[in-house]
Design a protein around this ligand. Sequence first.
Ligand code: CA
Ligand code: CA
Ligand code: CA
Ligand code: CA
Ligand code: CA
Ligand code: CA
Ligand code: CA
Length: 718
Amino acid sequence: MNVWAFFVNTMDRRFRLIRCCVAFLYLSLHFTDGDVSYLVAEEIKRGTVIGSIAKDLGLGIATLSSRKARIDTDRNDKRYCDISLSNGDLIVTDRIDRESLCGKKATCVLKEELVLENPLELHRISIHVQDINDNAPEFSEDLILFEIRESAIKGAKFPLTEARDADIGSNAVQDYSLQNNEHFTIHVDSAPGGRKRSELVLSKELDREKDNELKLVLTAVDGGSPRRSGTAVIHVIVLDANDNAPVFSQDVYKASLPENSPLDTVVVTVKASDVDTGSNGDITYHFDHMSDDRVSLFSLDHKKGELRLVGSIDYETDTSIELRIRAKDGPGLTSYCSVMIDITDVNDNAPAISLKSLSNPLPENTKPGTEVGIINVQDRDSESNGQVRCSLQQGVPFKLVPSIKNYYSLVSTGQLDREVVSNYNITITATDEGSPPLSSSKSVQLSVADINDNPPVFEEESYSAYVSENNKAGSTLCSVAARDPDWRQNGTVIYSLLAGEVNGAPVSSYVSVNGDTGVIHAVRSFDYEQLRSFKVQVMARDNGSPPLSSNVTVSVFISDVNDNAPQILYPAPEGNSFMTELVPKAAHGGSLVSKVIAVDADSGQNAWLSYQIVKSTDPGLFTIGVHSGEIRTQRDISESDSMKQNLIVSVKDNGQPSLSATCSMYLLISDNLAEVPELKDISYDEKNSKLTSYLIIALVSVSTFFLTFIIIILGVRC
Ligand code: CA
Ligand code: CA
Ligand code: CA
Ligand code: CA
Ligand code: CA
Ligand code: CA
Ligand code: CA
């Protein structure tokens, strides 16, 4: 059997070498003990001669038939061959499939027996079935599924399922190959028992974001001739790893936001994307290191990336705001962007007017064009919203002159007069050029300080005072008044008399004036009969520095009082004279016989005299002219009339009350003076001479006064 084994092994190698060109081969081995072996390839055609068994066994072909030669099996197994009785060949009668007969056994032998009768002979036949490559490698599944995380490192190995090949030896799987690809190679090695096994080796890292799956054809080949192969598809599903941070669509987002925008205004929406999947690609947005005051201004929707306004924005505080926003995926990879918010101005500030300086009070003699104040105007807005124009109201003698930058000079434009306008309420209005414009105004109170520019002015051009003679000293004659519109001292009026003379005496001996009230008093009692009128000059002076003054003339008129009784000049008063008038006896009625002459120092009614006979010897004989004082006969003189006639005549003035004087008139009815026995010469009358001297003095006085007056007039003229 050792020799057999060697033979078979040797033959096996030889057959393997030549089987390409030989359809089948057989060997017939003849052993004296009656056993024979053949080598036959599987799947050989029916009818194919395996060997000439009769010859190999040394059996006579002619006897085969008679000896009922036949093939039998040990255990009624299936017969795969039979003997041809005609030529003694062993021929194939059924399909010989090594795989079904022996599986993966390395050797496959069919045991048959050749039976001959008469005499009975039994020969064992061993048919060695040789494998041919009639089976291709086969994978148990067409699709081999792998889930590999993209984070798998280079060199990572993934064992592959083996392919099955029903053939054996070199006809079984000898190698694996993998479709060319950039990520995987295949590593094949031998397992104990000669099997080949393979592993998928990661030669280049995967990137799910580039290819999330791969399909590779895995091929298993056997070593037969021709070679057979089988394939399966390796489906690699690339699992995600968080290898990508979120990426903002822009590094910098720019937005423009008007100040005072309403709350909840969406300022900008930031957007980041993450190519990873699942939570690796779930992005949330957050503020990055933001100060508290900014946090109170904005809110960020963590999911949508909407940046909303939640506070009030003031351009005057910040003209731009920069925020940093962070995008974070589930596991925590982050990236950043900036949001630049340009805040635009809105006209929300009215101009503010401030008074920087003011000359207050302002003297009324300030010249037009003088700078009296400086005004500053500020508007916190910018550009045209902060461009300000200033104006004053109409009707004040001031104007605004633009000066440096936001400063304006308040300049007077006209002559001031405190006495006309003592206070100015100047309204300054500032308006910006925003749309709509805002404006504000400021009132400036400006007082005008007094200058003594007005002299006192008397209310009347001249004054007249009327006073009755015999007034009491100190009585009020009249009052003068002057007005000075200036302020306080400048307008305080003091009255005084101007020096002068009346009748050669200082005027102050006649009148005085109250310096404060302007009331003029008589200093003495006046006598109309001495002085009928006079003029004085009163000065009104203010208390300014220097003082201003003006004068006025006060005419004092003295009126008459009935203080003088009539004075009878003729006849001489009773007792002091003895005068007798002769009345011719032939005098007819109505003849003028005498005249009473009286004077009165008063004037007017006070001096209008009336005459009356109050007593007479013969009341019917004489009559007196009421105003002429002429004594006339009422009727013709008769012989029976008494020669001596006495008349008492009363002379009365017309004053209230009236004053009177009486005199006696002696009449002698006679044609001859010698007839008058008691006639005496008119004696010297002391009273008469006294009166005469009074008259002379009065005349001289009037003349002197007249002359003095002329001299004064001339003096004043000169
Ligand atoms: Ca086979
Ligand atoms: Ca990823
Ligand atoms: Ca503004
Ligand atoms: Ca403004
Ligand atoms: Ca004045
Ligand atoms: Ca003044
Ligand atoms: Ca008088």
